[in-house]
Design a protein around this ligand. Sequence first.
Ligand code: CTP
Length: 421
Amino acid sequence: MNFWYGKHIVIGLGGGIAAYKTLELIRTLRTAGARITPVPTPAALHFVTPLSLQALCGERVRDALFLPEAPDGMDHIQLARQADLVIVAPATADLLARMAQGLADDLLTTLLLARRGPVVVAPAMNPAMWEHPATRRNVTTLQEDGVQFIGPEAGAMACGDEGIGRMAAPVTILEAARRALTPKTLTGRRLLITAGPTREAMDPVRFISNHSSGKMGWEIALAALRAGAEVELVHGPVTLPAPMGACCHAVDSARAMLDAVVPLWLDTTDRPGCDVAILTAAVADFRPTEQRQNKIKKSSGIQESTLELTLNPDILAMLSAWSGVATRSGRQRIVVGFAAETDAPLIHGREKLARKGCDLMAINDVSAAGSGFGTDTNAVTLIGRDGRTEPWPLLPKEQVAERLIQTITNLIHHPPRYGCS
Ligand code: CTP
């Protein structure tokens, strides 16, 4: 089910020009099935009208502290208690100052003072105001109080100034909000994820590659980050924006991917290797044996040509072989592969799991409708080293990722004992 479906979100709006972007945030959340209660400050109503908020939310705008029709006149307490999440966007310098002081001089600050659950704040103000020591103090105070900040971002302001102060984009606020609501089951764990295709150069202008979009690996990175994990994302050429908070390592060829993952998987002087490896990358099995310095020219009259290929290193097999080597962390490690198959997926998947020695293999029939390269959905069958087989229905890649992270979390907290009855 869609994550936002049925969630009740209070959206507080401060008096800043960025409030127009909050309308888009509201629309996205509403489309995803969330219930939104808009609570603008009186100043916010200079920038957005009650009518636009009401039309987008389908709910009465709460802008007054004392409403005769509210039960017991205690609207602020009800709202503070009932909502799954409170998002304040935009949070102006004045609003942050009032929140930090614990003032309760309008409905929004009053409900924030009564609030005990998660609060996400997206500041927006002139860069000079954001940098001012008073704002810095207020932000620190609020962070110590458990308020979670997203942004502001650098860029051009509506006033013409440049610097840090722009409200985070609605999509970024949405991701921060989702993280605020996700239990932190993987805190302290470091996950290595590979994603996307690799490119194997023939000459300076041509390469061998495949159709991988990187979406599956991206969704897994996001799911892991939401669960509180640290993510090292090693990826081939993709067109996706970096997942917020991931440490991204862009590579091109299979050998470059191997060079990037090895120091992340093995102990280094700085830190122990990652705890989990999830290899979704569609690594090219072969590379041109010779990589020409100059563009290959076709000689006149040529009708056929042969390209000699050399086998690439199998990154999954290598990481699996090393996973038995205890790291300084002393933790049992988990390696997950993704098998792209076009025929007899279970037979090939089982054989691949055994050959590569990983703990789990997510088998993906890339010839099935809605499953595989470039799609937003995937039909995966998960198989384990113990022979366990779990066919999952066709799901959005986002939900495949959530399920996989849940399975890995269970394995971390309840490790199986292979070889024992
Ligand atoms: N893989 C890898 N290094 C390679 C080839 C594959 O790490 N050189 C990983 C992939 O990231 C994936 C898994 O192995 O997790 C299975 O990839 P797949 O392409 O399905 O398998 P191949 O080993 O390439 O086998 P084949 O092409 O024969 O199906």
